[in-house]
Design a protein around this ligand. Structure first.
Ligand SMILES: *Cc1c(COP(=O)(O)O)cnc(C)c1O
Length: 376
């Protein structure tokens, strides 16, 4: 039978325009009201959003910021981490996870990952020195890292935990929300994340008053009142329009996550486990699948094959951070983090967005199975 799939409609990796189209009638009046009010960088929506996020994550504070990257930078700075300090983090994340450590003047120290792509607690333990100040696990793909052993290591060595929870809003580990599993949780609301703004935005969550206060002052020039600065800060505020959009979308987030989980469950049912490795979910976790990443042989060929049929995929991430030109000063070479490097050649992210139909997921899965079963 001839392969007619090339003539079928494309399956986009993401469809952010479609998301907005569904919300337009409800969102536009809110946005218009804010535009008319003239209150663009602070105001009631920011406060409503912060209260809702703190409640969702089960933390005392949530601080709205301009990006996940600044949430990470402010967390490190609030904990007093800087020159001469080391922070342990995985080398297979989005570059921001490592960049922020360098940005505050500290040294990123990498620990390799597990088959599920999250940081390996046994590797963390090996990397601890007298200079280590914090562990920064990344809850990659929306799967929470194995936090129990990480919390135990942090406690034993007196280290802080900064969760890079940029991909894991709503994800849980042993009943606890990501963002409430360490000293600080750092979230991104970038358009590609599960809770997404129409531009850059992010926030941090914490039970610690000192961290929340630091972030609240720093994001607004360090101003304690209109005319008094006690410590120089910068600008890391969230725009009111983004806060309102995020507050509105927070109300729809559970449904979005459920749809993504159903999409992934269907993939798992359909993809051939002999040909495709999809990390199984542990009993203890609730995974929100910011991305659905599988590991396969002949990854580049598979991506080209799917692309030729209009099926959008992505690679998160093709170049491990320790092999980026920017990391050359750390002196790493290929082979230093073998699990991460092997995965970087085998991972591919399949479309799992909430706008996809069962028929579309079925078509993608069939195409993956068909290609991989053909051999070389
Ligand atoms: C998206 C992301 C960030 C950065 O968030 P921004 O809001 O884009 O600054 C940091 N870490 C990880 C793991 C991310 O996926």
């Amino acid at each position: 039978m001839p392969d007619t799939s090339a003539t079928q409609s494309p399956i986009p990796y993401v469809n952010i325009g479609a998301q907005f189209a569904e919300e337009r009638d409800e969102l536009m009046p809110i946005i218009e009201e804010i535009l008319m009010s003239g209150m663009y960088v602070g105001g009631p929506w920011n406060e409503k959003l912060e209260a809702a996020l703190a409640e969702l994550c089960g933390t005392k504070h949530a601080v709205a910021l301009n990006s996940g990257t600044d949430a990470l930078i402010l967390s490190l700075a609030a904990l007093g981490i800087g020159h001469g300090d080391e922070v342990i983090t995985p080398p297979n994340s989005f570059v921001a996870s490592t960049a922020v450590i360098a940005h505050v003047g500290a040294t990123p120290v990498f620990a390799d990952v597990l088959p599920d792509q999250n940081i390996d607690p046994a590797e963390i333990e090996k990397k601890i020195t007298a200079k280590t100040k914090a562990i920064m696990p990344v809850h990659l793909t929306g799967r929470v890292a194995d936090m129990k052993p990480i919390q135990e290591i942090a406690k034993r060595h007196g280290l802080a935990i900064i969760e890079d929870a940029a991909q894991s809003i709503g994800s849980r580990y042993d009943g606890v929300m990501s963002g409430a599993l360490g000293d600080v949780g750092c979230f991104s609301a970038h358009p590609l994340k599960n809770l997404n703004a129409c531009g850059d935005a992010g926030f941090l969550t914490t039970d610690r008053d000192d961290v929340a206060e630091y972030a609240r002052l720093y994001r607004n020039h360090g101003l304690v009142d209109r005319n008094t600065v006690t410590r120089f800060g910068s600008v890391s505020r969230m725009d009111q329009i983004q806060a309102a959009i995020l507050y509105y979308r927070l109300g729809k987030m559970d449904a979005l996550i459920e749809k993504r989980r159903r999409n992934v469950a269907l993939y798992r049912e359909l993809l051939d486990p002999e040909l495709v490795f999809a990390p199984p979910c542990r009993e203890i976790e609730f995974n929100t699948f910011h991305t659905f990443v599988i590991q396969v042989d002949r990854r580049d060929e598979l991506q080209a094959h799917l692309g030729a049929q209009g099926i959008g995929t992505a690679i998160h991430y093709p170049v491990p951070i320790h092999l980026q030109p920017a990391a050359a000063y750390l002196g790493h070479k290929a082979g230093d983090f073998p699990v991460t490097e092997e995965q970087s050649r085998r991972i591919i992210t399949l479309p799992a967005n909430q706008n996809l139909t069962e028929a579309e997921i079925t078509r993608v899965a069939a195409s993956v199975n068909r290609f991989l079963s053909k051999g070389s």
